[in-house]
Design a protein. Structure first.
Length: 615
């Protein structure tokens, strides 16, 4: 029996690593197709000349797929290689679903089977020659880390429906993202923490843990709030009773991994020795990490705690810089003034404001140390669901449905089944109706905030929470003010008086860059992924769902539009390319997120131009 259990464990581990490697290949090649091969006209889908030497597994995959399967062929001209793989169907947006192993061919050699390292080496090598830069070993390490993390998470996967209680279902949705960003070369990379810590603190492991508290002298406290109660009083009200008895001190909660990191800092050690700070350790009830890893949630706390985490997760080290603390509060002030009018116009909209932050400033006399500690202890309050969630509504992370591959598809099917139990209809009709409700709840307020108020939300799959009832979208929650920017034409220095220069610079975007950010997040990262998930391998349904987007763009302009929106929407409806964020090239060239570039992504709305809109 023990031997059988060992064999099963080994098999499960091997299978998880194989699945993680395969998914890495799929996301990496989709990135490469969208960002490099497509714009350079170095890919084709369909019959090719000289197919007599194709590997047998490619031929078999085509036969098994019937008329639906197509061969994707990619040229790597500067390294003189070719790539070959079967995809389910062509994809204008490079959302390919793969149906065979991956192969490469060098001149004068037979087709060679690729694993993820082989594919990554070929693509990074081609980029290196293209750009005349050294091979990016750092990105290769990030991809290796992502595959290792993905393999561990797959072994802990918890398939099946989400729980019935709304907030438990929300937690499960936040902790279900096994696959990560579908267009990122290293979507599960978590550099800076050990493998054991990754298992302990990753939300996908279904984990929870108590916060780690420090007591800090009030003279050293750094905080701001737009609430009637100071931030430290809000935190103290949610902390275990009796943690501090001296009014000269205030509590600062931290993520427990971050606490270990901070305790290794010389400035913290000195503050503890001198009595300016007390290490109170892990205390109180367990909190749940959400999909961002560093934002922590407890169902009874009216606020999420967005903590600093000195770990590089995908692109960035996730610490709360001082300008980000200031910026979140400024956006909260603006949204507080606008929300009454927005909710009259868009009743299903909720914005999860970030109305307070808490940190410290020890004034050690060393600017770098002071900055490290202020950022390291920085914590932002984010409004929870207690005041905004309607009765009977369950909040679910959009990424759990649309960006989670097979697991997301299964849970999306469950929602459609619930919807059809209330109102029987064909599955395609249900998908169309469901998607229409979702698009209306999300698109209208995001576009309105941009065109009318100069506010640039970042509505990608991890920043959108869908409130569902009876399986259908009924509310829409936008979150994460770190990603919210302001058009400088609307918010000049006078409107942002009191902010530091760094905070203003981080918030300001020009009109064109702001539009690219919104159009990418809304149409490419969100709607493209939703349609790919809801209508996988079904071109007819995909067309119907893009017709839903077409209808709502026209309806938005009719109900809420102005001259500026008319120009942008007309371009989209005419088939103007979407902007696609270059996550692969950003990582390859080690760019900061603000310096991201965009490539044109084919806009499926163009194929509907001149047709009657969906209704």
């Amino acid at each position: 029996m023990q031997l059988n259990n060992t064999v099963r464990a080994v098999d499960a581990t091997l299978m998880a690593h194989q699945e993680a490697g395969l998914r890495s290949m799929e996301t990496l090649l989709n990135c490469y197709c969208r960002e490099v091969a497509g714009p350079r006209d170095e890919l084709s889908v369909g019959p090719l000349f000289g197919h007599s030497d194709w590997p047998q597994s490619v031929r078999m995959a085509l036969q098994h797929a019937g008329s639906g399967g197509k061969v994707l062929h990619i040229l790597l001209p500067l390294t003189a290689a070719r790539l070959l793989v079967v995809v389910a169907q062509p994809s204008a947006t490079c959302n390919y679903r793969y149906r065979s192993p991956f192969y490469a061919k060098a001149p004068g050699r037979a087709w060679a089977l690729l694993d993820w390292q082989g594919l990554a080496g070929l693509l990074l090598g081609e980029l290196s020659v293209q750009s005349e830069t050294p091979f990016n070993e750092e990105l290769m390490r990030q991809m290796c880390d992502s595959v290792a993390v993905s393999a561990a998470l797959r072994q802990a996967a918890r398939p099946g429906p989400f729980a019935a209680p709304p907030l438990q279902a929300f937690i499960e949705s936040e902790q279900s993202l096994l696959f990560g960003h579908p267009f990122h070369p290293a979507p599960k990379s978590r550099q800076g923490m050990s493998h054991q810590d990754m298992l302990r603190y990753s939300p996908e492991m279904g984990t929870r843990f108590p916060l780690h508290y420090f007591a800090v002298r009030r003279d050293d406290l750094l905080q701001q709030s737009v609430l009637g109660t100071p931030c430290d009083r809000i935190v103290a009200a949610q902390a275990p009773a009796g943690l501090i008895t001296d009014d000269a001190y205030a509590l600062i909660p931290t993520h427990p991994w971050q606490a270990g990191h901070l305790l290794g800092h010389a400035g913290v050690a000195e503050a503890i020795r001198s009595g300016r700070m007390r290490d109170l350790g892990a205390q109180g009830e367990a909190y749940y990490p959400t999909s961002s890893i560093r934002t922590l949630f407890h169902p009874d706390n009216p606020y999420f705690y967005k903590c600093s985490l000195n770990i590089r997760i995908t692109n960035c080290v996730r610490k709360n810089a001082v300008y980000e603390l200031e910026g979140a509060l400024q956006v909260s002030k603006i949204m507080r003034a606008l929300m009454p009018g927005l909710q009259r116009r868009f009743p299903g909209l909720q914005v999860m404001e970030e109305p307070g932050f808490l940190s410290l400033d020890l004034k050690l006399g060393d600017a770098q140390s002071d900055k490290e500690l202020t950022e390291g202890f920085g914590m932002i309050l984010r409004r929870g669901f207690q005041d905004g969630l309607r009765p009977g509504v369950t909040p679910l992370l959009a990424g759990a449905l649309f960006g989670n591959h097979l697991h997301g598809a299964a849970r999306l099917d469950e929602l459609l089944m619930q919807m059809r139990r209330h109102n029987p209809m064909p599955l395609a009709d249900a998908a169309e109706q469901w998607f229409s409700l979702y698009v209306a709840e999300l698109m209208y307020p995001v576009l309105y905030c941009y065109f009318q108020h100069g506010i640039i939300f970042e509505p990608h799959l991890q920043n959108v929470v869908i409130g569902v009832a009876g399986g259908q979208p009924r509310q829409l929650f936008l979150r994460d003010f770190e990603g919210v920017k302001l058009l400088r034409a609307h918010y000049g220095e006078q409107q942002l008086a009191g902010l530091s220069e760094a905070a203003r610079a981080a918030l300001w975007y020009d009109t064109e860059l702001g539009w690219k950010r919104i159009a990418y997040c809304l149409f490419v990262n969100n709607f493209c992924e939703a349609i790919s998930q809801m209508a996988a391998n079904n071109p007819v349904l995909q067309r119907r769902l893009w017709a839903v987007v077409q209808h709502h763009l026209q309806a938005y302009q009719s109900r809420h539009g102005d001259a500026a929106s008319a120009q942008r929407i007309a371009a989209l409806l005419g088939g103007a390319a979407f902007p696609g964020k270059t996550n692969l090239l950003n990582r390859f060239f080690k760019r900061a997120d603000r310096a991201t570039t965009y490539v044109p992504v084919s806009n499926p709305l163009g194929m509907l131009a001149g047709e009657h809109a969906w209704n």
